[in-house]
Structures are given as C-alpha cells and as structure tokens.
Design a binder for this molecule. Sequence first.
Ligand SMILES: [Zn+2]
Ligand SMILES: [Zn+2]
Length: 247
Amino acid sequence: MALAKTEVQGEEVAPWWPADPGDLDVTLAEVKQMWWFLDGSIMAVHVRHHLWRSWGFCPRHTWLQAVADCELRWRPMSTAVLYEDLTGRAAHTLCGPGRVTPRRVRRLRPKESCFPCDYVLATRSDGDGRFGDSRQRVNRRQRTVDRLLETRDGWERRSCPVCLGGDGPVCRPHLLRGVDPGEDLPDVLAELAGRLRYLVKSMTWKGPTPKPETEAALVESLGWFAGWGFPVAAIDAAHKRPKKGRH
Ligand SMILES: [Zn+2]
Ligand SMILES: [Zn+2]
C-alpha cells in the first residue's frame, strides 16, 4: 500500500491551517474510509498498534476524522477513546528526569502513515456515490461547530501559545519544530488524558455527567496533536455560511 508522504517521510509535522473553507471539506473517498474506520476497524488491535506508531493521523485528518465522528454518530466516542489513549501515551513518552529533552520530543514523530491519506492514495478514485449524504452531513459540520462554540471558553484558554496565544501546552507540531516544551508538559498531558478518561465514561450508560472542562478536553487533545488551525477556521466558515443552509 502506498504511504502518505506527509506523515512518514518528512522530518516535521506541520500544523494544519486551512487556507479557505473548501479545505475543511472531505471527499467521497475520505468519508467512505472514515465511515468504515469508525464502524469497527478503529477497534482492531493491529490498527491501534499502527495508530500508536503514527500518533493518530496527519494533522488534517486528525481534525476531519473527529468531524466525521461528530456528524455521523451522535457523540464522538471513538475519537475520545483513541485520544485518551494517545494523549496518555504521549505523556508517558515525554516523561523522564529533568526537563523534556529534544530527544524525547523526537519520539513524537510519526513512524507510520496516516490511514485516510493511505486510502485516498491507494484508491485513486472519486469515491463511492452511496456516501454522498454522509459527505454532505460531514461537510455541513453543524454538530462540530455547535460543540466547538459550546466549549470555546475552555479550549481557547488552554490552546497552544504559538498557534492561538493560549496558556496551554505547546502543540506537537510546534514541539517538533523546536519550540521549547516548558517544564511541566508531561504532567499537563497526563491531566488532559485524565479529563478525556472522564469524558469517555460520561458517554457510557450510567456514566457521570460531563463537566465543561471534560467536554473541552477532546478539542484540546486534537489541537495538541494537530495544531489549532481547524477550530478557528470552522467557526469562521460557519458564520459566513447562509443560515438557510443549516438545518
Ligand atoms: Zn492524512
Ligand atoms: Zn502550536
């Protein structure tokens, strides 16, 4: 299978900053892959091992896979389970005596390809027309934007200082570009993983009621892994869209 050049052949993982609203949209091939992925293969052991090595997806698909989960399912539980795992592993990876060293930061580079990138490269087709309705729903991003707006106070404050000027942890792409990680990054990520754990429990039967800080945790985790360009661009695009297009 062809490998996605963006993920495994580059030294850096660039934060994704959509240049225009069209960049936020998924293709039919992408939505087909995401549908089947969310429907089961994300649970397979060998897939999880690949996702450990790749640190999830490329920055663009990190956000768009979460959008697909939000729009095609009621709540993004698959994504929350995955990022609880990945965030906890990142905290563990960076842990050690003293400050976080560049050597430890380099462990955050992907060593495997991004699944959706691979799929799009391998299929080389426009996708499957049966997924037209799903694609429309994903590209409307209504639930995603509502969720981003509801939780904005939390995630904006704890965003990457380089991406959005917040007081949260420096995101993984900026760490890999040499930005100083600060002193307490492993602890900050471990705390974030704890909030994601609570969020996942809140999505289960008899689970606790989610708190605002746990609802914001998923956005914070995605922003840490992929950079923070998406939330701002998605909210901006939704405000520019004619109201009658949303239902
Ligand atoms: Zn990708
Ligand atoms: Zn950043």
